[in-house]
Each structure stands twice: as structure tokens, then as C-alpha cells.
Design a protein. Structure first.
Length: 192
């Protein structure tokens, strides 16, 4: 069975299990959002965000933005702040992140690009990234060695963005995968 077949089979089981009346279809304004990594090991229950229940319902209104490394996507924040009304954003990075692994494995990334892309595509990537290619690629990827420093740097970059009003409270957190604990690196209330 291929993955698409697995998705369709899972959806059939989901439809047989859930109560459509409990599905969260109403858009509920909520002032809080979390930007976190796409890594599935991050359990958002660690910060009080419940998962969907077995019937399809949810008690959470917190917006979740998942990106590589928990790096902000300005388009999501523009919509979130200026349309959905975000007033507070927590950036949740984590230990053992792929963005940290990329620093040590950049040669592997480049090798896989060379073998997976056509020569024309790879040359286009090199042109877009520029020289020195390896160093610029790591910067373009947002790769970092230390998530604790990276979340502080990310809050600084967000605070410097012309798109984000100074009134939006920004927190920087790091989730430890091994223990489940959260360390507060940037307390946005301290900036008020």
C-alpha cells in the first residue's frame, strides 16, 4: 500500500469514528500563536495545547505555525497579526533539531541536491544561493548550532521586522525532547 492509499484509508477510519458536529469549523478569534518546528516529536501538550479528541473536537484555539527549525514565516505572521489578531507569539524551538544537524551535514545536503536535481537545477540553486555556496546555503536554510541562541536570535529578527508591531509580545522557548521541559529564553513580558 502506498502512502496516498494509507491516507485515504485513515480518512475513512476517521470519518467512521468522529462526530461531524464536534469538528471545529467556526473560526474563533484568538490572540495567541505558536511558531514551532515541523518535527513531529514536539508534543504541544507540554505548553497546555491539547490534541484533538477521538471524536474530532478540540478545546484549543491557539494557532500553530510549523516551519523548519521554528523559524518565523513573515507571511503567516502578517495574516495572523493583521487579520486574525495575534497579540502574543511564542517561538518554540527544540533540542536535537534538524537545523542543528544541517550544520554538520551540509555536505550531505549538497551531495543529495547534486544527485537529486538536474545539472541545470543545481546550477540555478547555486546561482540563487551565491558564493561561498556552503556557507550561504546554511544561512539560507536558517541552520543553527544551538537552539537556545537561535531562539534568542529569532526573536531579535522578528522584533526588527517592519511587519510586526511593537505591541505584539514575543516569547522565545526551547523544548527539551528528552525531558519534556520548556526553558524560557526570552520572556516577552520583560519588553513591555
Amino acid at each position: 500500500m502506498n502512502w496516498l492509499d494509507e491516507i485515504c484509508k485513515a480518512n475513512d477510519a476517521f470519518l467512521n469514528r468522529i462526530d461531524p458536529e464536534l469538528l471545529p469549523v467556526q473560526r474563533t478569534p484568538w490572540p495567541c500563536a505558536v511558531i514551532t518546528c515541523m518535527d513531529p516529536r514536539i508534543n504541544l501538550s507540554c505548553m497546555g495545547i491539547p490534541t484533538f479528541d477521538m471524536n474530532g473536537g478540540s478545546n484549543s484555539h491557539t494557532r500553530i505555525i510549523r516551519t523548519i527549525g521554528g523559524l518565523h514565516d513573515i507571511r503567516s505572521l502578517v495574516i495572523g497579526i493583521h487579520l486574525a489578531g495575534f497579540k502574543e507569539v511564542a517561538v518554540l524551538m527544540h533540542t536535537d533539531c534538524g537545523c542543528s544537524l544541517a550544520v554538520d551535514k551540509v555536505e550531505t545536503i549538497i551531495s543529495n541536491m547534486k544527485s537529486g536535481l538536474t545539472d541545470i537545477q543545481f546550477e540555478a540553486v547555486k546561482t540563487e544561493i551565491g558564493e561561498p555556496f556552503e556557507k550561504n546555503l546554511l544561512t539560507w536554510l536558517g541552520a543553527f548550532e544551538d537552539p537556545y541562541q537561535a531562539v534568542e536570535d529569532e526573536i531579535y529578527r522578528m522584533r526588527a521586522s517592519a511587519f510586526i508591531p511593537k505591541s505584539v509580545i514575543l516569547h522565545g522557548l526551547v523544548y527539551d525532547l528528552a525531558s519534556g521541559s520548556i526553558d524560557v529564553i526570552v520572556n516577552g513580558y520583560d519588553e513591555i
